[in-house]
Write a protein of this length. Structure first.
Length: 125
């Protein structure tokens, strides 16, 4: 599998990270925002064992508190395969529930990933 992080962060700057740690200081969930192509973008990862516990929403709320507008790429088709061979379920409904809007004319369709751009804007929520 191709590592997506160099693609995601290539030519990006102004990083700010958010972490949710357990008592042993292991990372359960992580978010970052950064500037790329004249817009603020974000990425979020929640450990599979800790999904559905509200950590993703906590991280999105932290981003919303700091940023009036930001964008991200969201897998929107079930053809993305994890390293272990399982199918990655699209989190698009999660973002729509949290007041994001789809930017349908901005898509990535490649062998590596199929995704649509989403946008949060305080003026639109």
């Amino acid at each position: 599998m191709v590592d997506r992080f160099p693609v995601l962060l290539n030519d990006a700057f102004m990083f700010k990270h958010f972490l949710i740690l357990n008592k042993e200081e292991n990372v359960l969930a992580w978010a970052v925002y950064f500037q790329k192509d004249e817009e603020i973008r974000f990425s979020i990862l929640v450990d599979r064992k800790h999904q559905g516990l509200g950590y993703g929403k906590q991280l999105i709320d932290a981003l919303k508190n700091e940023l009036p507008e930001f964008y991200g790429w969201v897998v929107d088709k079930p053809n993305f395969i994890r390293k272990d061979g399982s199918t990655y379920p699209s989190p698009l409904s999660f973002y729509l529930h949290l007041d994001f809007n789809v930017v349908p004319e901005q898509r990535i369709d490649s062998d590596m990933i199929s995704a649509v751009k989403v946008k949060f804007s305080k003026g639109n929520s």
